[in-house]
Design a protein around this ligand. Structure first.
Ligand SMILES: [Zn+2]
Length: 181
């Protein structure tokens, strides 16, 4: 497993096989062809946004097969469906927000990206390096919490009742906050 060091140096790109492990259930090894494919898609359609101080990455498309392949090839992220009104086509988004996964993925594709995105990636790397990634076993939140709801999605599971409730309650609180402020 490559440890993320907060910056990426092209000279360090070797060997051409990267171990990209997302959820423990879905470990994937990306070879150089996979990485090039992901980089190509990301160059055209990818976005890096910042939630709080953490970078998240996403690709949105109307082609479900491409979005699905991004999940399969990387073994990372979550696919979401966006409901659109006619006459717009159904849009799909592949998103990665786990910090460790974001770091791995950006690290792998960075050398292949164009100038503009490399700068954006450098910014993301800077933010990621401010708080070191946790290693070792992590304490996970139990069902009935928003964190557990996210974890269900991350592992491709159906979100259980208590987790759905907790998530809805969180969203209501956020909405109320927005209305009051
Ligand atoms: Zn649950």
């Amino acid at each position: 497993m490559r440890e993320y060091e907060g910056s990426y140096n092209k000279e360090e790109v070797e060997p051409p096989i990267y171990e990209v492990v997302g959820a423990e259930k879905r470990p994937k090894i990306m070879d150089s062809v996979d990485i090039a494919w992901v980089a190509g898609i990301f160059e055209g359609e990818g976005t890096i946004s910042f939630s709080g101080s953490y970078p998240q990455i996403a690709v949105s498309m109307t082609d479900f097969d491409v979005i699905s392949k991004l999940g399969e090839v990387t073994g990372l992220g979550t696919i979401t469906k966006r409901r659109l009104q006619e006459p717009y086509k159904q849009q799909w988004t592949w998103g990665v927000w786990n910090r460790r996964d974001v770091a791995r993925l950006l690290c792998a594709i960075s050398p292949l990206m164009g100038q503009r995105r490399r700068e954006r990636i450098a910014g993301a790397a800077e933010l990621l390096s401010r708080r070191p990634l946790k290693t070792g076993p992590q304490v996970t939140k139990p069902c009935g919490t928003k964190a557990a709801a996210s974890r269900h999605r991350y592992h491709g599971e159906k979100v259980c009742g208590p987790c759905l409730k907790a998530e809805a309650a969180y969203l209501r609180r956020q909405k109320n906050k927005g209305n009051n402020g």
